[in-house]
Every structure is written in structure tokens, then in C-alpha cells.
Design a protein. Structure first.
Length: 236
């Protein structure tokens, strides 16, 4: 007789989850980059990526044209959709939104701001000593990225122009922040306070961007050109 017990997990399950997690932490990213980092063949990775796209767990965008390309299809970059991010933790979103709506109705804007400040304090304060002990702006940015990663934000930094860009590839409260942008505003202010410099939020997951990106100035930049945009270079 055939085994009638519980169905086994598909062999692709753990690998597909690893692919999805890499998109979460580094997207938008190419199939070739995913293959290299997971030590898989490019065709195997494309099969997982195509499955994620078919399930509306991931989407694609054209890679920036940094140099002339030959014939063929434009290079594609892959990133998770909101549905894809949800598998990594968006629990209780509806309850959180309902609770903050009630708070806004009963206590007004100041109550929402106070809640946002309290939330950010509980996120940043446990790591404050590590942040303030860092000697250079770059070290402080890296320390903040490490702290945010420990808090579930999958954060990283990269050098762009005359500054650092802090990228949060996951936001556990994105759904809530989409309705209450005060959460993002207070978070940005807290970053500026703990880093000891003015910062500028360039993109947020709550607004539909691939990551929450914050520019942290390290060297003076021209006021006519402004800080670099999330894709590199200066905004037009």
C-alpha cells in the first residue's frame, strides 16, 4: 500500500526559502548574484525565482544601464513583493492598525507621535552604547545597521558618493507605517539623533520602495546636487 501519512516537504522548499530570504536582504538582485551566493547553478536559481514571481511572491525590474549591453534580453533584478515579505513576519498588522487608529481618535496626533517615539526608543536604546562608542560616521552607520538587523530589519550600509546609505531590506511594520507615516518620520529623527548628524530618508518600503533607504552624510556635498539617490549617483 502507498504511504498515507503526512506529505513530505518538497525538496525545493528550503532552497526556495533561502532564495526568498536573499531577495529580502539584498533585493533588487540578479539571478547570477543569487546563484553565486547560494552556490547553485543559475538555471536552478531562475527556476526558483520564476516560481516566486508566478506566486506573486517576487517581481522584477530592469537593471540600471551602467554600460552598453549587447543583444538579448535586458538584465533583470528580482525583489520580494509585499506578499513575499509577509512570510517573514507581518503578524498582527490589522490589530496594530486598529489600535493606532483608536489611539489617534482618542488622543490625537500627539498620542500617535508619543507612541512612535516610545517604539523607536525600545528599538534603539538597547544598542545606544555601541552606537555612541563608534568613532567615525562610517562606524556609527555600520553599528546602526547591525543594531537594526538584530531588531529584524535586515539592514546594511554602502558607500555612495559623499556619504553612507543605510538600507533596511525588511520592515516588520510596513503595513502600519503605510497608514501612519509618523512611524517612519520618528524613526528617521531617532537615527539623526543617535548618529549625531542630519540624515535624509530617500525611500521606504511603506511607500512601495524595495527598501527603506537613508542617506547619512560623511563628507560635505554640494547643495545644488543634493545627496545621492538610492540607485547611485545624484538625483536629476
Amino acid at each position: 500500500m502507498k504511504n498515507t501519512g503526512p506529505a513530505q516537504q518538497p525538496a525545493d522548499g528550503p532552497t526556495r526559502l533561502a532564495v526568498a530570504r536573499l531577495l529580502l536582504e539584498q533585493g533588487p538582485v540578479s539571478a547570477v548574484s543569487v546563484a553565486e551566493q547560494l552556490e547553485l547553478s543559475v538555471p536552478a536559481v531562475r527556476r526558483h525565482l520564476d516560481a516566486l514571481v508566478a506566486d506573486n511572491q517576487a517581481c522584477t525590474r530592469d537593471a540600471p544601464h551602467r554600460k552598453a549591453r549587447g543583444r538579448g534580453r535586458p538584465a533583470k533584478l528580482f525583489l520580494l513583493t509585499e506578499a513575499g515579505r509577509a512570510r517573514f513576519g507581518h503578524a498582527y498588522d490589522d490589530l496594530a492598525v486598529a489600535a493606532i487608529r483608536f489611539l489617534a481618535e482618542s488622543g490625537g496626533e500627539e498620542a500617535v507621535q508619543a507612541f512612535a517615539r516610545r517604539r523607536v526608543a525600545t528599538m534603539v536604546d538597547p544598542h545606544r552604547s555601541a552606537l555612541t562608542s563608534a568613532k567615525t560616521p562610517q562606524e556609527r552607520a555600520e553599528a546602526l545597521a547591525a543594531a537594526l538587523t538584530r531588531e529584524g530589519y535586515a539592514a546594511s550600509t554602502r558607500k555612495v558618493g559623499a556619504g553612507e546609505q543605510l538600507c533596511q531590506h525588511h520592515c516588520p511594520v510596513a503595513h502600519v507605517a503605510a497608514e501612519f507615516p509618523q512611524l517612519c518620520e520618528v524613526e528617521t529623527a531617532a537615527f539623526a539623533e543617535v548618529l549625531g548628524t542630519h540624515v535624509q530618508r530617500l525611500a521606504t518600503i511603506a511607500r512601495g520602495d524595495a527598501a527603506c533607504t537613508t542617506h547619512i552624510p560623511v563628507e560635505p556635498y554640494s547643495t545644488s546636487s543634493g545627496p545621492p539617490n538610492p540607485d547611485g549617483g545624484n538625483p536629476a
